[in-house]
Design a protein around this ligand. Structure first.
Ligand code: NAP
Length: 255
């Protein structure tokens, strides 16, 4: 049986770890040729290994999404081998510090988080815009519960701001690119066990307990829990869906 993404070429930022790696594997399983874009080339190579071992096709380019010129160069290089039809803006970081903390450190966190989570998404999207319009492509942005609420683990003003921005960007682009046949959606993961929160989970079990009290499904998520919605949003199954966010959070916002 043909995969849902047969004939597609997908670029996934931050595809060398966690959620991005899970999405890359799922896209390859569904027949897409996957291009892993990550600042961490070792992680990207690990993803390629996993995909190839399962019989899929993947390649990687080392990319820092904050480097606008590098994003343009990567897009040009990829375009010479075939235009992408799926872009996943997934690369992101999180640091939790109170806004009242040491001023220079707080400002540094603000700059780093906003430049990767928000400017990075813009840089990569703009670099691939011509390809995505030519292929009537799909963009999937990775938001968060914090696209809506400031979760009651404190000290993440910059991250909350960035993820609200992801949702705003998703809606604005969906409105603007619909006429070109480009669909733009987001996924809002709950607490997913990856490297981004490994230290926080180990150091702060009460934080995990708090999230679980808000999670009807009663368990943290895995990258594979995000891969399903990501396949849906990239495939023709979601042909009439744009400007939406699919929450894959175990039901966090229901209670
Ligand atoms: P992860 O395991 O840390 O993966 C993130 C990947 O992005 C890493 O390979 C990282 O490389 C890479 N990266 C960091 N900065 C980059 C840059 N400037 N340019 C290119 N790549 C960069 O984290 P994850 O949990 O999978 O997170 C993926 C996305 O999901 C993020 O946007 C995050 O905010 C979002 N999210 C995660 C959760 C969760 O609970 N895990 C919940 C909601 C939303 P390095 O390892 O070298 O930094």
């Amino acid at each position: 049986m043909a995969g849902l993404l047969e004939g597609h070429v997908a670029a996934v930022t931050g595809g060398g770890s966690g959620i991005g790696q899970g999405i890359c594997q799922a896209y390859a399983r569904e027949g897409a040729r996957v291009i892993v874009l990550d600042i961490n080339l070792d992680g990207a190579k690990e993803t390629i290994g996993l995909i190839e071992a399962a019989g899929g096709a993947a390649s990687a380019i080392a990319l820092d999404v904050t480097d606008r010129e590098a994003c343009k160069a990567a897009a040009a290089e990829i375009g010479r081998g075939g235009k992408i039809s799926i872009l996943v803006n997934n690369a992101g970081i999180n640091r939790r510090n109170p806004i009242t903390g040491e001023a220079a450190a707080v400002a540094r966190d603000w700059d780093d988080i906003l430049s990767i989570n928000l400017d990075g998404m813009f840089n990569v999207t703009q670099a691939f815009l011509d390809q995505l319009r030519a292929t009537r492509g799909r963009i999937v942005n990775i938001g968060s519960i914090q696209s809506f609420v400031h979760v009651s683990w404190p000290n993440s003003a910059a991250y909350t701001t960035s993820k609200h921005g992801v949702l705003g960007f998703t809606r604005a682009l969906a409105a603007e690119l619909g006429k070109d046949g480009v669909r733009v959606n987001a996924i809002g993961p709950g607490l997913i066990e990856t490297r981004i929160n490994a230290e926080a989970r180990a150091r702060n079990p009460e934080m995990v307990a708090m999230v679980m009290r808000h999670t009807p499904l009663g368990r943290p998520g895995k990258p594979a829990d995000i891969a399903g919605p990501a396949v849906f949003l990239a495939s023709d199954m979601s042909a009439y869906v744009t400007g939406s966010i699919i929450m894959a959070d175990g039901g966090f916002r229901t209670i």
